[in-house]
Design a protein around this ligand. Sequence first.
Ligand code: DLL
Length: 434
Amino acid sequence: MREDLFLKDFLDRGSLMQIQFERLRETLERVYTRVPFYRRSFDAAGVKPGDLTCLEDLAKFPFTMKDDLRDHYPFGLFATELSDVVRIHASSGTTGKPTVVGYTQEDVRIWSEVMARTFQCIGIGPGDVVQNAYGYGLFTGGLGAHYGLERLGCTVIPMSGGNTEKQLLVMRDFGVTAICCTPSYFLHLAEQAAAAGTPISQTKVKYGVFGAEPWSDEMRLRIEALTGISAFDIYGLSEVIGPGVASECPAKAGLHVFEDHFYPEIIDPETGEVLPEGTEGELVFTMITKQALPLIRYRTRDISSLTSAKCACGRTVARMARVSHRSDDMLIVRGINLYPSQIESLLLEAEGTEPHYLIVLTRTGALDDLEIRVEVNAGVFSDEIRGLEALRATLRERVKSLYGLSARITLVEPGSIERSMGKAKRVLDLRDKG
Ligand code: DLL
């Protein structure tokens, strides 16, 4: 029989919304009395916690931005005493100080619960041997997945990231059935395993639990074809809790949001207006059970959409579309907007390419130059010049027809683009320095 914990994903929407409303009202009261920043921001917006009479009223409340966390670095937005905080994590931004988050004992319990629900949603359970190759440390991936796996009763191997040879040894010798890491690191593991003559398809690994970075459907197909595993997308961010915000199920038709803890909205990133279901926009979360750091209407910058239609798996919680990009990872090249994820799909649709690429932006005078470096498989690479030239021309044309931009396509040897143990780096923007 399914444990009570998991029944939470199958509640009727009316009961779920009642739970959300009660938790939300309590949270608004709590932050208003305990966090000076929220008292000021609610007062400035002319709203009081009591103004929430239905879930939609949340739209009257102000947003929280990443800068608000930075401005109150490190613990200024905590709603509990530091002595009640049992864990600190942080995510390193691209610039400056890290974003610091904290958890009470109860927050850690909830985090373990939502991560257990994540794995259960995928089909992982007791009896599975899970290699956890998300980084342990300030990054939330390692410990978040670890606690969820133990809560569920799986056998967890706390590998952390890196040390590829040992990862492959453990995978084989310990009979690993599921692995957790970034999709880009898994690709690296798969390539190294194949090169060593012991491909992952010959191990017991069935499930890949991948997240922490954007990855396309084409990337999923490549991973599955290469290794024979089933690849699942999981989503989360430190500010909300870490991993455990949303997860795919075997239907792979969007990610189930654990809505009894995280209330999602989609807004227009320009106007801040709440958008109707099914419309693409920026994801915003309000944490309705967090104790140490409950953020109200936190703007993630991640672009997605929501549906509350029941899933084929029977779950009734809302689903978010896979996050293919962030509102702030858009590249503007000669005035044209492009996203690394679109380039990834375009490259991987072509035959002969490998799922490793780097977008390099430079500037000559006033003009931006776009170079796309992509690895090609060994067959193509050793092919006659004519074959390479034809692939280069195909890719150049595809970029041209999609964006109207001329890109320099550089086909490089397999294995020559730097691999990452965690989040992959896809863009090298040298324009400001040049
Ligand atoms: O990456 C938490 C996590 C760990 C999620 C392990 C999944 C697995 P941060 O380091 O704070 O937290 O980065 C959060 O990563 O706002 C997204 O932009 C991106 N991201 C996370 N998961 C996905 C995903 C962790 N499945 C930021 N698809 C988020 C696309 C993702 N982007």
